[in-house]
Write a protein that binds this ligand. Sequence first.
Ligand SMILES: *[C@@H]1O[C@H](CO)[C@@H](O)[C@H](O)[C@H]1NC(C)=O
Ligand SMILES: *[C@@H]1O[C@H](CO)[C@@H](O)[C@H](O)[C@H]1NC(C)=O
Ligand SMILES: *[C@@H]1O[C@H](CO)[C@@H](O)[C@H](O)[C@H]1NC(C)=O
Ligand SMILES: *[C@@H]1O[C@H](CO)[C@@H](O)[C@H](O)[C@H]1NC(C)=O
Length: 654
Amino acid sequence: MKPDLSLLLTILTSVEVALPLEYCPTHCLCDSDIYSVSCFGAKYMPVFHSSTREVWLIGTNLPFIPQNAFANLANISRIYISDDDTLNYLERHSFHNLSSVTHIQLTGLKTLSYIDQEAFKDLHNLKYLGITNTGLTSFPGLQNIQSNQEDFILEIVENIFIQVIPANSFTGISENSLTIMLNSNGVKEIQRYAFNGSSLEEVYLHRNLHLERIDEFAFYGVIHGPTHLDLSETQVTSLPSIGMETIEKLQAENTWALKVLPPFQAFLHLQSAELTFPSHCCGLKMLKGWRGDSEAVICNLTRSVLGKLRESSSVLSQRYSGHRIYQHLKGGFGLPVASSTNGNHHNNKPFCPTQQSQNEGLVYAELQTDHLTEGFDFALCNEPPTDGLVCTPLPDALNPCEDVMNQGFLRVLVWVVSLLAISANLLVMFILLTSQQKLSVTRFLMGNLAFADFCMGMYLLLIACVDLYTRSHYYHYAIAWQTGSGCNLAGTLSVFASELSVYTLTLISLQRWHAISYAMRPDKKIRLRYAAVLMLVGWLLCLILALLPVVGVSSYQRVSICLPMDTETIAARAYVVFVLMANVIAFIVVCVCYFHIYCMVHNPQHQSSRSDTSMAKRMAVLIFTNFLCLAPICFSGLSAAFHHPLMTVTDSKV
Ligand SMILES: *[C@@H]1O[C@H](CO)[C@@H](O)[C@H](O)[C@H]1NC(C)=O
Ligand SMILES: *[C@@H]1O[C@H](CO)[C@@H](O)[C@H](O)[C@H]1NC(C)=O
Ligand SMILES: *[C@@H]1O[C@H](CO)[C@@H](O)[C@H](O)[C@H]1NC(C)=O
Ligand SMILES: *[C@@H]1O[C@H](CO)[C@@H](O)[C@H](O)[C@H]1NC(C)=O
């Protein structure tokens, strides 16, 4: 098959010289104004007129692209091949030595599985190469293109079988900077030195849904750039710290696995970031401050050194005329220009006085900031301070850039309250369990309440411990904590404890009210078994409520203190509103009970035992203090539910 076609082609191409100007291949439409030929459904490579400038091969059934297929077309500049169902491979020199070609696009070639290492060779004017939606299983070798055009765009997208981007994939494509679009491929890994030897402008890797690993050295050996990196909708877990210093725009939206960013110092020139987690923006805001400070210090130092230099500039201009630093300073500050003048603003060598100059006392600035000057762009000293670092999503009321507990007294309070709650309630439970007295309904309910409050104490202790551990660096741990199981545990504990507490308090009030209303009717006393059943129902309800956010209705992951404040979906909002309404209703029930009890006790016609009354008073105090503790949590939740944070998390913690 293959030799036959080649033969046919050779025959056809040899007769081509004699083709008339109006010649148009079969199955093709020719537009002689723009020398464009569009062919549909051809089974072999048509023979084009030598003046053809644009070739469209659509819905063809070519077995392969033969050697030098377009070599006789001196002025060919654009080649498009799309929707071929049989094209298997591109031979060596398929696209070779086409000096006028600027655009090559291969689209929708489901069967294309192999591209020869030298299929694209010596295309010096190529500006755009697109390989889209093919069956390629490995990254094509493009090292022989050797374009010398500015702003080369390489678009290799929707190739779902390409899993790896190997080393040196982009060397030799262009001697100038490249824009690389690698979206929506099946890429899982970007290997070491993948971008070695290339000069990068923008690199798009978004929607590589399986991309997990970018080697730490992937950008090692890059000549320049990248300035823009897009990793949205990938699974990358970490960014390399090497090669980030040139990035001005970083996109990583919906990149949920990227929980930790490299040290901020890696992003020397970052201007804008579109990220997934607000707490990363906290870190980047810090970077801005850091960059500002270090810049000020270095620029100041440079200036003071410069002052000294000015004084002895005549001496220096002779002695250090070839010295790189001196050139910096001249270039940067317009010092009177001496003999050699190729001042280089962007030289990244650390600014460091030589031993000799120190000995001579000419330059004695102490550079404790040596490590900061690594990769420092001295041209920045002349620029007005830029505070244009734009970062989204911005930290909001629910995710502020602050520690779990940001106020000192709050820290202390949480420790005191949690320890107190745990020890006191343990004591209560211990006494109730070991007491010789017969278990009464009241004591049973008290035991449950003590347990609920004990859980609350545990929750507070957990939060306090996390706060202690992540102190002043919370934004660094935020994602690990909030998306981890710790937060789920804490959230479950808090919701379970608070709801069980409210439920038990309501039961206690109802029981008090019942006891006083029917004080003279022993037959109407609440049985222990009845109370136990009610408590069991309560436990189950509270457990369900507490576990719902874990299984996806609302979420504990939104805030640092792990409360269900996620109100993104309707179900989540319904959940939050339900919990809050339940609490409000419980509160109203309790209030009504006590109001009624109050009326009864102050009504002389009503007989009630003294002990019942005093018990009711004590319970009232207990219940209202308990409600007081829970109220703030309800409030903040309620406000979150209506998307109008009336108070921030900061307040709700208080
Ligand atoms: C290629 O283009 C040039 C200038 O546009 C023209 O003079 C020349 O004849 C063209 N070559 C062919 C083979 O048509
Ligand atoms: C490349 O094409 C030019 C004309 O466009 C020709 O002179 C040269 O010999 C070709 N080189 C190779 C290696 O085919
Ligand atoms: C990186 O690229 C350069 C040329 O661009 C090459 O000499 C060197 O071997 C490459 N390094 C690796 C590790 O492949
Ligand atoms: C810069 O140096 C001057 C004295 O030389 C000092 O007063 C000033 O505070 C310094 N500024 C910074 C930002 O270091």
